[in-house]
Write a protein that binds this ligand. Structure first.
Ligand code: FES
Ligand SMILES: [Fe+2]
Length: 454
């Protein structure tokens, strides 16, 4: 077998990450860089296209748009999920718009060609007027798009050579399976238009360096049990942890669910050992147990939080490269998806996910109205992030600003993410890219800069 030198087959990448801890600013503002991403990144990656609860019944469909591409994701009659490109095989009109149920498939509004619910062409009006080579049956169906299901979501990939979805979402996927993310359901779903580049938006959520300054309400000194840096006070520790859970619950509007916060409140007077490590372990276990039994007693599918703790998997942040995130805490989770709308415009969606007793009938989540980033309805924590982001995007335009300088100790994840994007922009083959993708799908996010092998 011929050995391909990956470095020599790589195509040049403008504004590449020459140094792993410096990000050239053009990556966030340059329209040509954005076009390169459209062509070499977004056409080659797995993308979370919809939550399965958006298409619960046969023939329910959702249109997923990424840049100039539109893909229809549909629930099939045998409860599978299929996807196809949203372009009539006659003269290209999009056959589906938005979402709904295609009882009898899709009818093109222009000349009335028809397609079944799985994209097969079923009717060509005045077919005899076409030359035979233009109406070959195998050539008239809507063009299929790879579609796979994981984590309660349908995913699409426009690249037929990409590895299977599962490989591209590991190692996050295995841990999120232990979290039983597939049984989470939408409590609410909001969308925000951010006047910033999509990577800038993501990078505000993948480091905790900003927490002290941007989210001071989350910095609670006694949370780690030491009062005045001296003696350990178990009462102060519990009060501080509950204060933190409340800040996450109200501030993220649901990342810690109100049910779990109430359960924690009910344990406030628990007896704890005097020794810090034993007290922390006792408190964590008692809270895990109480949350698990409350949810299991009402019939919800609940992960074993103590097992997750024991294996270091009780982490609050998981990324699935490039643009999907799950942030689980106790019974519930926040989830994000970021989509570029233009070089300096991004759509960010936020879901609050929780668990319901199995068999509970839930309404299909409805697509959210898009709020501006300064909308007063945003909960405090995203509002704090959203207030910094447009200022940052504007700051990048300063003629004297050339590159972002990253803390290699605290912002390594940003470097790994950006350099993985460079691998795609260089057109590297998928087998070379997979380890880089998986190094972004790690947790927690305070990971160091790693060698991606590309
Ligand atoms: S473009 Fe669809 S039928 Fe003509
Ligand atoms: Fe933040």
């Amino acid at each position: 077998m011929a050995i391909v030198d990956r470095k020599s087959s790589a195509r040049p990448v403008p504004y590449a990450m020459e140094l792993p801890d410096r990000v050239p600013k053009e990556r966030y503002v340059d329209p040509d860089f954005f076009r390169l991403e459209a062509e070499r990144l977004w056409l080659r990656v797995w993308q979370m296209a919809c939550r399965l609860e958006e298409i619960p019944q046969p023939r329910d469909f959702v249109e997923y748009e990424i840049l100039d591409q539109s893909i229809v994701v549909v629930r099939t009659d045998d409860m599978g999920v299929r996807a196809f490109q949203n372009a009539c095989r006659h003269r290209g009109v999009r056959v589906a718009v938005g979402r709904g149920t295609c009882e009898n498939g899709f009818v093109c509004p222009f000349h009335g060609w028809r397609y079944g619910p799985e994209g097969a062409n079923t009717f060509v009006s005045r077919k005899k007027t076409f030359a035979e080579h233009n109406v070959q049956p195998e050539d008239l169906d809507l063009v299929p798009v790879r579609c796979e299901v994981w984590g309660g979501c349908a995913w699409i990939n426009l690249d037929n050579d990409a590895p299977a979805l599962r490989e591209c979402v590991e190692p996050a996927a295995s841990t999120l399976d232990e979290w039983k993310v597939e049984s989470l359901r939408t409590e609410w779903w909001h969308a925000c238009r951010l006047p910033v580049n999509w990577k800038l938006a993501i990078e505000a959520f993948i480091e905790s360096y900003h927490v002290v300054k941007a989210h001071p309400q989350l910095v609670i000194p006694t949370r780690h049990g030491l009062r005045d840096g001296a003696s350990f006070d178990p009462r102060a520790f519990v009060d501080a942890d509950i204060q933190y859970l409340r800040a996450m619950s109200e501030g993220m509007a649901g990342m810690v669910h109100a049910n779990d916060l109430r359960i924690a409140e009910g344990l406030r007077d628990i007896e704890l050992p005097a020794e810090p490590a034993a007290a922390t372990a006792t408190w964590n276990r008692a809270l895990n147990d109480a949350v698990m039994s409350w949810h299991r007693d009402r019939g919800a599918d609940m992960p074993d939080l103590n097992e997750l703790d024991a294996h270091g998997r009780n982490q609050e942040f998981y990324q699935c490269f490039p643009h999907y995130f799950v942030l689980p805490m106790y019974s519930s989770a926040s989830s994000y998806r970021f989509r570029p709308l233009g070089p300096e415009e991004t759509l960010m969606e936020i879901w609050s996910l929780t668990r319901y007793p199995e068999g509970t009938e839930r309404e299909k989540p409805t697509q959210p109205e898009v709020w501006e980033c300064d909308d007063p309805r945003w909960p405090p924590i995203p509002a704090q992030d959203f207030s910094n982001l447009p200022r940052q995007q504007r700051g990048l335009h300063a003629t004297g600003f050339e590159y972002m300088r990253l803390s290699s100790g605290l912002e390594g994840h940003i470097s790994n993410f950006e350099r993985t994007i460079d691998g795609f922009l260089a057109g590297l083959p998928h087998d070379a890219l997979l380890p880089a993708v998986q190094s972004v799908n790690v947790y927690p996010f305070d990971t160091p800069i790693v060698d991606l092998g590309i």
